[in-house]
Design a binder for this molecule. Sequence first.
Ligand code: URP
Ligand code: ZN
Ligand code: ZN
Length: 475
Amino acid sequence: MRKLITGGRIITAVDDYVADVLVEDETIVAIAAHIDVDADEVIDAAGQYVLPGGVDPHVHFRMPFAGTETIDDFTSGTAAAVRGGTTTVIDFPLQSRDKGLIETLDHWHGLLGQDQPMVDVGFHMIVSDLSDGKLAEVPRLVDEGVTSFKLFMAYKNSLMADDETIFEALCASADHGLLTMMHAENGGVIDVLVRRALAEGRTGPKYHESTRPAKAEAEAVHSAIAIAEMAGAPVYIVHLSAEESLHHVAQARARGIAAYAETCPQYLFLDSSVYDLPEFEAAKYVFTPPARAKHHQEALWRGLAFDDLAVVSTDHCPFCFADQKRLGIDDFSKIPNGGPGVEARLQLVHDGGVRTGRISLNRMVDVLSTTPAKLFGLFPKKGTIAVGSDADLVIFDPNKREVLSVETQVSKVDYCNYEGREVVGSPTVVMSRGETVARDGKVVGRPGHGRFIKRAQHLEPLPGRRIDTSIKVIS
Ligand code: URP
Ligand code: ZN
Ligand code: ZN
């Protein structure tokens, strides 16, 4: 099957030119000013951008949390992703303390196998415990294409890992070429603040914000980077939300430490005024870290522009307002943490980032596709438009307007955090390995087209890399 995309403006992290793109089956086979071949389908992209498909390295489908499970499975979650121009997602198998790493991975493969993903799916491993020989499973994990860990410094008495486990995981990631993602918040401080709030009768959803201060995040970011430095390992801070956290990342990078960080649309576009909403409405915004005071947003945009923030992921972690969020109606600490987002990432970042001049088009592609593909071992199959790369492509009309709404979204969740917001610029065609999976805001893909993708290592493994913490060039 041959598809020819003609006359589009090809935007990669570094290129910007008009050309034709020829796709044969799953792969880009030619790019040239004019390609004159017989094709099964010709797509006229004149006046539109041709972008590499988005790579969202932070989604939670079927994630168990607070006695419930995220409402999107791998079928509905990937359908929501493709509608918004994301063609690769990385999800998180979650290790319970009594389970091994491979046992956990097998379980998550079982869950993925019950669903019909529309696009390619990778896995990070959430590590809770490395005692009793579990560390010895790491090489097998790498063989299975799971080349990154996530550890929690928060959620005391459930997901939170102790410093010993964090250090062991970081040492193992240095030895075996993995990248460790850190949920950086000081769990002990937050636990005390939450208990005090509840004891004083402050039980509503607005207290989610005041009990998770920016300082608790910044302190943990600093600590995570210091522990990674001692382990000689690269580190990736997830869902960074606060200016003071960003300072720690920037300072580490200026010292040559391989510290990376992502932020998410909820921190770029929402602010803490959402917690003043009446009744239980604020529960829709109970995600972690919470939305911050408005001034943090410009700092995050600057971080993206100057590369101290490397990625915009979504942390898509949807729980329905009608029933799931209500689990915490009398106690905000019981509200399942998380919000939707996988669908609107490209539209929001284009509208609020590129159209406002905060970041360039190239940088948008970099933070939504190229850098996550590089950091997480997917490049150059994913993350760029090049001969030999997967034909994961988004044809994007920069002038097409859409109003974001629960009425039109694909995710199964029953609310939209950006309800009524108009965005300018929308995908018109989304292709995953040569198959058209979305067209004009409608999902037209084949459930089951998506595959599990084994990812390469972040770095060449180098046992005993304890002292060399400098940023390595990744290609
Ligand atoms: O509120 C959030 N972010 N829930 C998902 C779990 C996590 O911390 O990433
Ligand atoms: Zn997290
Ligand atoms: Zn998350």
